[in-house]
Design a protein around this ligand. Structure first.
Ligand code: TMP
Length: 212
């Protein structure tokens, strides 16, 4: 089973994933994790990092929401052998950001007229043409954008003063992205969604998994 954790930058997806893994492992389930983008994996990880960091050589790519989304999608497509093997050998595969990140952020970067049709384009590209597996459950970690912003700043500070990337530093993008996530969850985009908060997220997810 594939469970994808989604949310705006600084929402706390990494912390939620860690707690979830600890709880489920203690309950005897075999759990694997992956996180996208895979910054450390050639050939696309470093390019995605450069794109987000504002590398001038990648500016024409970064300026296009569709070209940027294609980079994230190809990074995932390249991970297929690893992803498939982990899914095959574990009860549960938890993925920190998956295809819905591309749908939400890409749509949030586009003019309003192109926003509505963008998630369908991502689904066709990633789940259709690139044949990535459909997640069984998508979890939206909902948090006020202001609180998420504090999380992003704290994380950047802890990482020896790393500058915020171009997506993290764009408050308008984060607001639009939060709205896109709400829409995707409300219409069960590509599979069922569960909306959780930081405090009760682990309990809510475990209760949900127990009913499946
Ligand atoms: C995985 C992924 C991330 N993103 C964005 C969300 C984040 O702002 C940024 C980096 O993700 P991260 O902060 O989780 O490392 O990339 C996409 O736009 N599409 C994707 O498919």
């Amino acid at each position: 089973m594939i469970l994808a954790i989604e949310g705006v930058d600084g929402a706390g997806k990494n912390t939620l994933t860690g707690r979830l893994v600890a709880r489920l492992t203690a309950a005897g389930r075999s759990v694997a994790t992956l996180a996208y983008p895979r910054y450390a994996t050639e050939p696309l990880g470093p390019a995605v990092r450069g794109l987000l960091a504002g590398d001038p050589r990648l500016a024409p790519l970064a300026a296009s929401p569709r070209a940027s989304a294609m980079m994230f999608a190809l990074d995932r497509a390249n991970s297929r052998p690893e992803l498939d093997a982990l899914v095959r050998t574990h009860d549960l595969m938890i993925i920190d950001r998956y295809v819905a990140s591309n749908a939400a952020y890409g749509a949030a970067r586009l003019p309003a007229t192109e926003r509505e049709s963008f998630p369908a384009w991502i689904a066709e590209l990633e789940l259709g043409a690139l044949a990535l597996p459909v997640p069984d459950l998508q979890v939206l970690l909902r948090i006020p954008v202001g609180t998420a912003r504090a999380g992003t700043l704290a994380r950047a500070g802890a990482d020896r003063g790393r500058a915020l990337d171009t997506f993290e530093s764009d408050d308008g993008l984060q607001e639009r992205c939060a709205r896109m996530y709400e829409e995707l969850a409300a219409r069960s985009w590509v599979s069922p969604w569960l909306v959780v908060d930081r405090e009760t997220g682990v309990d809510t997810i475990c209760e949900h998994l127990a009913t499946r």
